[in-house]
Structure formats: C-alpha cells, structure tokens
Design a protein around this ligand. Sequence first.
Ligand SMILES: *Cc1c(COP(=O)(O)O)cnc(C)c1O
Length: 410
Amino acid sequence: MLENQLLKIAQDFGSPVYVYDAEKIESQYHRLTNAFKSVKHLKLNYAVKALSNISILKLFKSLGSGIDTVSIQEVQLGLAAGFSPEQIIFTPNGVSLQEIEEAAQLGVKINIDNLSILEQFGTKHPKTPVCIRINPHVMAGGNANISVGHIDSKFGISIHQIPHILRIVENTKMNINGIHMHTGSDILDIEVFLYASEILFDTAKQFKNLDFIDFGSGFKVPYKEGDIETNIEELGKKLSNRFNAFCKEYGKDLTLAFEPGKFLVSESGSFLTQVNAVKQTTSTVFAQVDSGFNHLIRPMFYGSHHDIVNISNPNGRERFYTVVGYICETDTFGNNRRINEIKEGDILCFKNAGAYCFSMASNYNSRCRPAEVLWYNNKAHVIRKRETFDDILRNQVELDFSPKKEKVIA
Ligand SMILES: *Cc1c(COP(=O)(O)O)cnc(C)c1O
C-alpha cells in the first residue's frame, strides 16, 4: 500500500486505526504454498489468534486455507466465518476436558498436549480421532515468552513420554490421526527446524493410522531493515523432500500441515496514529500519539520493534524522536528513532501491525479500541467499527449507593 493511501484512510476514518492490505496477505499465503508445491497434500491452517477479525478469516477461507484455533470462541468464530469443522483444528493449551469435548462435538480436529487429558478423552471418546502435540525440546530462538519448545515449557507432551502415550493409546484403543509440534516463534536456523522435524518423523513412525503431520509455525518475518527472515523457499525445498521420502517409507501420502500466524498477516498491517504533542525535554524530543499500549502492546510486552514512519511528512528533515503513547504509565513505542520531522497533527504509521496487535488490544485507561480497515481491490473497507463510550459501559452493572431513607417512627 502507498503512504498516501494510508494517509487518506486516516483522514476518512479517523485515528487511531488499523489498516490491513489484503494483497500482502494473499502473497504471503501463496509464497508459502509455492515453497511446498512438491508435497501432494499441503494444508495451511491460519493461526486465528494473530488477527481474528471475521473478514480476515473469510479472506483466508477464500484462499483455501484452514484455521488453527486455541479457544472454543475461536472455533465458534471460524464456524461463523463459514469454515467447515474439518477445516478447523483446535490446538489449545491448559483448557478443561469439557472445552475439548465441546470442540469435538462441533466436529473440529482435536489436538491434545497433556497426558492426563489424553487418557480421559481417550477413555470417554475412543472413536474420536485425536492429534498429539509433541514437545521435541528444540528451542527456536527469539523471545523467552514465545519460545515454547524448551524443557520447562508448558506446551506439548515431551518426547520422553512417548512410551506413556503409546500405553494410553493401546489401553483406550483411541485413534491417533496426527502428530504436531509448534516450537515457538522466530525460526531463524532452518537446520534446527529440520532437526526438530526428524524427531517428529521418528515419533510419527510409532503411530499407524496417521492422516497428517503438523509442523506448527514460528516463521520469522523482518521487522526492520537488515532483519533476517526465515528462508521459506529453502525450508520448503528441504522439508518437502524429506517429507515425501517419509511418506514413501510410511506407505501413505500424508498431509503436511502448518499453522502460521505472524508470517501470513504481520507485514500486511499498518497502525496509524496522530501526534497529539511534540514535547521537548532536557534530553529528548517526545512525539506523543493518540494511542498507547492499550492498542499495541508488543513493544512494552515483548520489547518488539515496530518501524515508525511519519507519513504526513515523508520528505522532511530527519530528526531523533522517542515515540510514546498517552497511557498513564511508561508507554514507549520506540526509543530514539530517526523519523522525518514531526509536527503536531501528523500521522505516524507503525509497520508490521497485522499480527498480535489488534488481537491483544484492551480498554485500559477506559479508552475505546480502534477501528479496523481492510484495503481490498483498491478500496478501503471498514471491518470493525471504532468502539464508542457505550462499549466501555456495556456489561458493567451499576449499584445504587444512595443513602437509605430513614424510617419515620410514628
Ligand atoms: C500462536 C500459535 C501459532 C502461530 O504462531 P506464529 O508465530 O504467529 O506463526 C501456531 N500454532 C500454535 C499452536 C500457536 O499457539
């Protein structure tokens, strides 16, 4: 998308506002499917939690994608968007047996990552096929909060517990249709990913009725100039070859599944804010925008970097700014950034705002959440209205604390 198209959206729809470029989502989807084109059965399940707007889900449906869900509400959202239950996989962590049963009842694919739940579910519903989430204990770099493959991780069933899984399967006669791993975000080293895949293949051999192997996600996208991203094309070539060889050995053309979130939507997103004030202190020039970590928490939560561009003055002289929000708490979006000269009223664009931005937004400071706009076919479409004060009050229950009238004694 061009900067002047973004600027026009901020003018037409107000700020702050999230904008997603449908074309970028489509091209990322096709880039990934192309990289694995030599695999006979490939399935991409978009990870809904990255960006869960129903119109985004419908866009993925139109591309032929399935979805990966982590709560019963995401399952319901997927069904509401028109996905058939077979196109939905439920991959929760730490949810109750009841929630898994509820999802199974809706007919979606079930992924279990806990021995106790596996045993209970297999005992009660031996006929329902189940996929097992394995923790191969391979760390895929990145932030400690989003690395989920390490030994202390709460995710997956450890590969060291395979004998226990096999015992449960044998005793309950349950049907295991898939093997899954998700090693966490930020795969940089393809060799490490392939190493984890070997562990998954080894595990897969022990189950005779598989339909698919799910390699999770964690593909890294560039957040700033010079960032290394996962080399999808190279990974595609190497893993496809290995997968095809495995299928021969296994004696069946299995489905190769992935469940990317960030890779598919991160770069499609721009978050537009307006500068309320430029504040010069003894040491810094602050640009204070009409938003905060209530709308985009990643910098404060994970220390993530989002490039910030002044689209109102793209050719202005560059100066150093610290860009902060309006939340009454330290609320820094970017420290000491080189940005084209900022005046009050300018529109700043935060890049890579597609994944884990709106979906993690809150009403902290009793602020309304922004609108969301999808740029599709060269036109801006509102896909979520800006919240209003009524939304802030909705579901709150007012008690009456007015003093009780004194009883008059006759
Ligand atoms: C969050 C999540 C994903 C998506 O991860 P990205 O880094 O956004 O690609 C995939 N699978 C599971 C099980 C997840 O929890």
